[in-house]
Design a protein around this ligand. Structure first.
Ligand code: AMP
Length: 407
């Protein structure tokens, strides 16, 4: 079977003799784009995910320069999006001082780095305070690159973006993958190119348009594809069912029909919802009923999968050896419509299969179900993981140096 994504093996921090790191100015692009409530970090998973690379660099006495974005300031300085609370939290996690600059380029940053001692860390200010970051401006990338001797990308979650701090800097500095990026790439490649079978992929979420590329790319490569959530309704409509007021993307109806035809011809078993929880208004308190797919009332919308669908998913999960999950099966943010999503989370927790959670909402659902520790691997990438599943090249990865055999 053709590989789902051909990824040239990249040079990583493991490939650099550790003795060479001492005294080197190492720029690490991390993904510290964490959810915040005022100055409080509400989930520090992304910060913790970068610790392995950072502690390794401390141990080997590099001068560590961290770069990250936070939120979408769109080229303006926004006090609420400064990285100061993140520097403080990182300092607590590492039990070590973390310096913080008020910008990510300029003379003050250069002076601070000049005084950085081996094993010390500085977190530079939000890269997106400069519009040049998301424009992937080459002068800006060059200015960032001049701050270091080596570049490490450890921000898997933004590797699908061609920003100055992800794919721009590698034009001016030797660039390699950090431990997190290495791990993400190795797990995703292994699971998708040489999985233990049966391989079951569960895809949910709101709109089919955002995941259509993935659906098309995995057809014929996975043993069972289960589609739920709002995105399933465009496919059900394409099959001729009445879907009432459920989410629907009319412009994708013809593509959906083609997809269903292709699915029939492929080796992949496609499972769409058999029944639904439906309500008249998009409101947690709205009275609900359970109906089969052929009986969705005109004035109702599907907000969760029903018990027959959950049972069908259970049957697939029981025999699966590898399960990938991306996207909720209902409006799981509302407690009354979260049942299908939480049930699937519990099934994955009980399964002996290798379970890969594709970031974003699924990771949130897993946490809500209290089973995070029972998953084999939770990707830190939402969009990046999806684009990888889609077979796309990720600019923040392709820009890194290729691995070369030592012989
Ligand atoms: P995505 O970002 O595409 O993964 O979509 C996640 C969103 O899909 C969540 O906010 C869910 O509330 C939403 N969602 C899942 N199922 C449905 C549904 N049946 N109707 C409307 N929204 C849904």
């Amino acid at each position: 079977m053709t590989p789902i994504a051909t990824v040239q093996r990249k040079k990583t921090l493991h490939d650099i003799p550790s003795a060479e790191l001492a005294g080197k100015r190492v720029i690490v692009r991390v993904d510290f784009n964490v959810p915040m409530n005022g100055a409080a970090i509400t989930d520090d998973t992304r910060i913790r995910a970068a610790l392995e690379t950072i502690t390794y660099l401390i141990k080997h006495q590099a001068k560590i320069i961290l770069l990250s974005h936070l939120g979408r300031p769109k080229g303006t300085v926004q006090e609420a999006l400064r990285l100061t609370p993140i520097a403080r939290h990182l300092s607590t996690l590492l039990n070590q001082r973390v310096l913080k600059s008020d910008d990510c380029i300029g003379p003050e940053v250069e002076a601070a780095i000049l005084h950085l001692k081996n094993g010390e860390i500085i977190l530079l200010e939000n890269t997106r305070f400069h519009l040049e970051e998301t424009d992937n401006n080459s002068d800006f990338a060059k200015k960032l690159a001049q701050l270091g001797d080596l570049f490490i990308n450890d921000a898997f979650g933004v590797s699908h973006r061609a920003d100055a701090s992800t794919s721009g800097i590698p034009n001016y500095l030797p660039a390699i993958a950090g431990f997190l990026v290495e791990k993400e790439l190795s797990v995703l490649t292994q699971v998708l190119n040489a999985p233990e079978r049966p391989l079951v992929i569960i895809i949910g979420g709101a709109k089919i348009s955002s995941k259509f590329g993935v659906l098309q790319n995995i057809l014929g490569r996975v043993d069972t594809l289960i589609i739920g959530g709002g995105m399933s309704f465009t496919l059900l409509k394409a099959q001729g069912y009445e879907i009432g007021k459920s989410l629907y993307e009319a412009d994708l109806l013809e593509d959906a029909k083609t997809f269903l035809e292709n699915a029939k011809k492929s080796t992949t078993k496609l499972i769409l919802p058999l029944d639904h929880i439906v309500v008249a208004t998009f409101d947690n308190a709205s009275p609900q009923q359970t109906v089969d797919t052929e009986n969705i009332p005109n004035d109702q919308m599907g907000v969760d999968v029903g018990p027959k669908t959950i049972a069908a998913i259970q049957t697939e999960i029981k025999t699966a050896k590898t399960i990938v999950w991306n996207g909720p099966l209902g409006v799981f943010e509302m407690d009354n419509f979260a049942n299908g999503t939480l049930e699937v989370a519990q099934m994955l927790a009980k399964s002996d299969a290798f379970t890969l959670i594709g970031g974003g909402d699924s990771a949130t659902a897993i946490a809500k179900a209290n089973v995070t520790d029972q998953m084999s691997y939770i990707s830190t990438g939402g969009g990046a993981t999806l684009e990888f599943l889609e077979g796309k090249q990720l600019p923040g990865i392709t820009s890194l140096q290729n691995w070369e055999s030592p012989e």
